[in-house]
Write a protein that binds this ligand. Structure first.
Ligand code: HAM
Length: 409
C-alpha cells in the first residue's frame, strides 16, 4: 500500500480547521497593519538560500531539499520565506518604484530535520517582511503585530525574548571575543561547534548541546553607540505594550540578521520557538540590491496551534437528504442543490444505499435533521423533515421547503 513519507503529515478535520482559523486571524491583523499578501513559488534556485540563509547554517548544510531538474538547474524546495521575498522585491524593481514594502506570506516550508513533536519536514509558516524602514519603530511595529496575531488566536504561555546582534561595526569585535573565549573550551564542544567556532561562533550559543552551558559565562556584546541607541529605542517603544525579556544568548540560526532579533517561545521543549525573526539590514545589498534596511518574522503555524491547545467548536447544524426509492433520487438530488443554494449545509446523496444505510450516514455526519423523500411524498410534492434528536417529523411542501429548513437550522 502507498505510504506517507517520514516527517510529512496528512492533516484532517478538525485539526485542519486550526490552520484556517490561524490564517484568517493573521490575515485580519495584517490588513490592520497595512501588510499585503505575496504568494511566492515553492521552488527557487538553490544558490538563493546559500547566499542568504547562509552557507554555514544547519538549514543550508543539512536540511535543504535540493535537487537538479531536467534542465540541469540546481534547485531547492524553500526552507524559509525571507530569501524568496527579497528576490521577488529585487527582481520586480520595487527598489526604484516603491522601496518601502510590507509583505506577508502564508505557505509551507521544507526542512529535512529529524522529526519530533513540533518539528516537521513540511510545516507552515506565516511570515511578514517590512522592507525599507530602518527606524526602531518598525521593529516595535512588527513585534507588536506578531503579538496581536498570536494573542488574538489564543496562543498561551509564551515568552517574548529579544536581543541585538549589532552591525558590521560592532559584531566583528564580539565575534573575536567569543572565539577567544570558546577556544579555551574547544575540547569540550560538540563536533558541530568545533567547526562552527571559526566560521560562525555565534551559533555555538544557539547549539542545543553546548549553548545552555555558556549562559551567563560568555562575553557579552558591546554594541556601538548607534546600535545601542536603536536597541534602547525598540525597548522603550515596546514597554507597557508587551512583556519581554532581553536574552543575550538569543543569536538565531540564520546568517542574515543584524541588530534586533526576537523569538516568541512557548513551553520548555527544545522546539519551543513558536515564531521568530529580526532585522536584516545588509541582506538586500548582499543580494545585489541597493542598501535597504528590513525586518521580519515567521511563525510556525503548527507550533502556534500546539500552544493554543484543543478548542471546543460549536457544532454546525446540517440536514441530510434521504431518498426512499429509486424514482425519488433525482428530486432528492435537486433538493440537495436547492438547499445548498439557499445557504443550508446539506449532506446526502448515498441514494444507492437502503434507508438504514442513508440514516447511518445522517448520523455519522452529525446532521441535525434528515429530509426524507419517498414515493408518497413525491406524489404530494412534500418531504418529511425529521429532527434527529427528538425524532419529531413534519411534512413540508416543496415550494416552502428551503425557507422552512432555513428557519430551523
Ligand atoms: P526560523 O527561526 O528558521 O526563521 O523559522 C521561523 C519559525 O518557523 C520557527 O520559530 C518555528 O516556529 C517554525 N519552524 C521552523 N522549523 C520548523 C520545523 N521543522 N517544524 C515546525 N516548525 C518550524 C525563519 O524562517 C526566518 N525566515 C524568519 C524571518 C522572517 N526572519 C526575518 N524575516
Amino acid at each position: 500500500m502507498a505510504k506517507l513519507v517520514r516527517g510529512f503529515r496528512d492533516i484532517f478535520e478538525p485539526q485542519s480547521k486550526n490552520f484556517t482559523e490561524l490564517e484568517n486571524c493573521a490575515r485580519g491583523v495584517f490588513s490592520l497593519y497595512g501588510f499585503g499578501e505575496l504568494r511566492l513559488p515553492t521552488v527557487e534556485l538553490k544558490e538563493l538560500f546559500i547566499k542568504s540563509t547562509g552557507e554555514t547554517t544547519d538549514i543550508v548544510q543539512k536540511e535543504m531539499y535540493a535537487f537538479e531538474d531536467a534542465g540541469h538547474r540546481q534547485l531547492a524546495i524553500r526552507p524559509e520565506g525571507t530569501p524568496g521575498v527579497v528576490r521577488a522585491y529585487l527582481e520586480n524593481n520595487f527598489t526604484q518604484n516603491a522601496p518601502v514594502q510590507k509583505f506577508y506570506y502564508i505557505g509551507n516550508m521544507f526542512r529535512a530535520e529529524r522529526p519530533q513533536a513540533g518539528r516537521y519536514r513540511e510545516f507552515e509558516q506565516i511570515g511578514a517582511e517590512y522592507i525599507g524602514n530602518a527606524a526602531p519603530a518598525a521593529d516595535a511595529e512588527v513585534i507588536l503585530m506578531l503579538k496581536d496575531i498570536v494573542a488574538k488566536f489564543g496562543a498561551k504561555n509564551y515568552k517574548v525574548k529579544i536581543n541585538s546582534l549589532g552591525c558590521d561595526k560592532c559584531r566583528p569585535l564580539y565575534r573575536q571575543a567569543l572565539i577567544d573565549f570558546l577556544s579555551k573550551e574547544k575540547e569540550t564542544l560538540c563536533e558541530n561547534c568545533q567547526t562552527r567556532l571559526e566560521k560562525n561562533p555565534l551559533r555555538v550559543l544557539d547549539c542545543k548541546l553546548d549553548g545552555a552551558r555558556f549562559a551567563g559565562r560568555v562575553p557579552t556584546m558591546h554594541l556601538c553607540p548607534e546600535c545601542q541607541a536603536h536597541f534602547d529605542e525598540v525597548q522603550r517603544l515596546l514597554k507597557g505594550k508587551i512583556d519581554f525579556e532581553v536574552d543575550p544568548m538569543l543569536v538565531r540560526g540564520l546568517d542574515y540578521y543584524s541588530r534586533t532579533v526576537f523569538e516568541f517561545q512557548a513551553g520548555d521543549a527544545s522546539q519551543n520557538a513558536i515564531a521568530a525573526g529580526g532585522r536584516y539590514d545588509t541582506l538586500i545589498k548582499n543580494m545585489g540590491g541597493p542598501a535597504t534596511p528590513a525586518i521580519g518574522w515567521a511563525m510556525g503555524a503548527e507550533r502556534v496551534i500546539l500552544s493554543r491547545g484543543e478548542v471546543a467548536r460549536p457544532k454546525e447544524k446540517s440536514v441530510c437528504v434521504v431518498s426512499l426509492e429509486k424514482d425519488c433520487n433525482e428530486t432528492a438530488f435537486n433538493l440537495m442543490q436547492a438547499l445548498r443554494e439557499a445557504g443550508v449545509r446539506t449532506e446526502g446523496g448515498l441514494f444507492e444505499k437502503n434507508v438504514k444505510g442513508q440514516m447511518k450516514q445522517a448520523d455519522r455526519c452529525g446532521a441535525a435533521y434528515a429530509l426524507i423523500l419517498g414515493g408518497d411524498e413525491l406524489s404530494k410534492k412534500v418531504a418529511t423533515l425529521k429532527d434527529l434528536q427528538t425524532g419529531e417529523q413534519t411534512q413540508i411542501a416543496f415550494d416552502v421547503l428551503t425557507d422552512e429548513v432555513k428557519k430551523r437550522i
